[in-house]
Design a protein around this ligand. Sequence first.
Ligand code: WAQ
Ligand code: MG
Length: 263
Amino acid sequence: MQASKISSKCKVKSVKLKDKNSELKIQNSKPTEIHISGAEGIYEKSEIQKICEKYIKRALTHSRGNPDEIIITIEKIRQKPKTISLLPVITLDCNSPEKARKIITQKLESLGISKKAIDNGFVVLNSKKTMRGASLILLKSGARVEPDKERGVRVSRMGIEKSTEKNLSEKLSRAKINTTTVKEALVLASKAASWPDVIAEACISDDPDYTTGYIASKEFGYLRIPNIKREKRMHGGRVFFIRETADIAGLTAYLEKKPVIII
Ligand code: WAQ
Ligand code: MG
């Protein structure tokens, strides 16, 4: 079975020409690439066609804008995927971004994450200059340690076993939250939380029409936070709060390269 598994990845970009009013302008009037969206997963070989169709449809109808470039990568998985379990899902009550910030701060502080680290996390999450990947923040000093500050660390090569996904879909359907967005985020958060040095994650979607975010940890699971941002806002991001002593190269390699399947 392993031999027939593939990992898939979709990257959607638009190109912005030099614009006097844009924060994104660059000196020599070369076009600036803007990241619109991405997606990744692990699937059976027989699913390639269906998955690529879905990626293309999402890319062409994305709320962040029209693509100039859609890059799809499909690779055979050669390594036996590590198996992990899903984080439990809980939806909290929250009616504003201000309330969300209070909840997040309180929960993260309870895990021993410093106020400084949390504030630095919010700078990333609230930035209009969104990254393709996630920021890595040391939980005491609050230092940002991802190797590429513009791109961040992109979690990839994670999937979910068919029967587990079916169960999950049924559970999420009962809570009326059975969407690709929730499932993909939950799988990503479960992979990240499975690395011992990752203490917590915080995420705000950069999609202008998606206003529910989450924080996740091994300790309290995947906590959904409605109204984490106001509608039509383009900011968003992801932050992993990691142990001060973490091996950054090892963590990055795990998140970006190690195939992981949720069973
Ligand atoms: N790895 C690391 N960071 C990523 C990845 C990835 N594979 N994909 C996205 N990001 C970062 C990147 O900085 C984006 O700007 C930011 O996260 C948000 O990405 O249960 O849709 O794909 O209802 O817009 C949360 C679901 C949805 C909450 C999150 O994120 C719920 C979402 P988006
Ligand atoms: Mg997005």
